[in-house]
Design a binder for this molecule. Structure first.
Ligand code: C2E
Ligand code: MG
Ligand code: MG
Ligand code: MG
Length: 293
């Protein structure tokens, strides 16, 4: 190519594309090996009520510890897992892990256990003919009541048509809840809220970031909350990092928040410590000391 196109942009562009394709292929191979070896873990980030900061739920977030490359963030490997189809077995594993963990917490901590476990589901999984059966099996095998499970889907996943909306209806018939994740960043058609079964709106961090300064983002955060409340949807503000944001979100009517202010995503054992602290009657603010991992 270099000889044919001379010193044009192409000569430099082609090798760069090859490099990222090679890297993606390497990641996909690594993912396959990692799945076989069990290099994945699930961490849990609390979702808390505003303003009490009681742990109402947790979001399950997958972590990949590659023996050679170390910790690889989901933003790097989830897209590769989706393109290669490996998200299907990986997602199935996360779902079973999260249901098992939630059932265990419920058995040990009773009413102090998170009453919802939220699991991210990619478009590729939603489009699998067996997806609803997989969810039903994960619930049956773990003993977790369907009402404890929330599937988080993005606007893009349900906008594409296919089997997605049908699958969500079937999940809801089982008693599973549906959350629209990263709301505001995708197609953001409000018509989606009419056609797609939704119980919870999670407003994306990029909007939450601007909630304390007067401006367009704050206007949208407020408007989305009014729409959600009018439709009787539960509301979660994502990526809450400071107390001023939490106070303002509560003022605007947000029911729940999730973010580093309350707690980072934690290994199951560390989340259990928080639940234990919440059980102790003397504990003043269970979450104020949280924040490792
Ligand atoms: P998400 O579903 O929107 O998850 C929330 C992300 O925001 C998490 O990133 C979480 O660690 C991060 N976060 C939470 N609070 C704060 C905050 O206060 N500040 C900042 N800066 N970040 C905060 P994480 O764990 O890196 O995951 C990134 C994305 O990867 C997730 O975004 C989700 O789309 C995807 N993902 C993670 N686990 C899974 C999974 O098991 N399956 C699928 N399909 N996707 C997953
Ligand atoms: Mg999510
Ligand atoms: Mg999100
Ligand atoms: Mg997000």
């Amino acid at each position: 190519y270099a000889a044919k196109t001379g010193a044009g942009g192409w000569a430099r562009f082609v090798p760069a594309m090859d490099a990222s394709a090679v890297e993606a292929a390497r990641l996909a191979a690594g993912l396959r090996d990692g799945l076989g070896r069990g290099d994945f873990r699930v961490v849990y980030q609390p979702i808390v009520t505003l303003p009490e900061q009681r742990i109402a739920g947790v979001e399950a977030l997958v972590r990949w510890h590659d023996p050679e490359r170390g910790l690889i963030p989901p933003d790097r490997f989830i897209p590769v897992a989706e393109r290669s189809g490996l998200i299907v077995p990986l997602g199935r594993w996360v779902l079973r892990e999260a249901c098992g963990q939630a059932a265990a917490w419920s058995a040990v901590y009773g009413g102090a256990a998170p009453s919802r476990v939220c699991v991210n589901v990619s478009p590729r999984q939603l489009d699998e003919p067996d997806f609803v059966d997989d969810v039903a099996a994960a619930l049956a095998d773990s003993g977790l009541p369907a009402e404890y499970l929330v599937v988080e889907v993005t606007e893009t996943a349900v906008f594409g048509g296919g089997r997605a909306v049908e699958a969500l209806h079937a999940l809801r018939a089982l008693g599973v809840r549906v959350a629209l994740d990263d709301f505001g960043t995708g197609h953001s058609s409000l018509g989606l809220l009419l056609t797609c079964p939704v119980d919870i709106l999670k407003v994306d961090k990029s909007f939450v970031d601007g909630v304390t300064e007067p401006g367009d983002r704050a206007v949208i955060v407020e408007f989305l909350c009014q729409v959600a409340r009018g439709l009787e949807l539960d509301t979660v503000a994502e990526g809450v990092e400071d107390a001023a944001q939490a106070a303002r979100l509560h003022e605007l009517g947000y029911r729940k928040g999730q973010g580093y202010l309350f707690a980072r995503p934690l290994p199951a054992a560390e989340l259990a410590d928080l639940l234990l602290a919440a059980l102790a009657p003397a504990a003043p603010q269970a979450l104020s000391a949280a924040g490792a991992a």
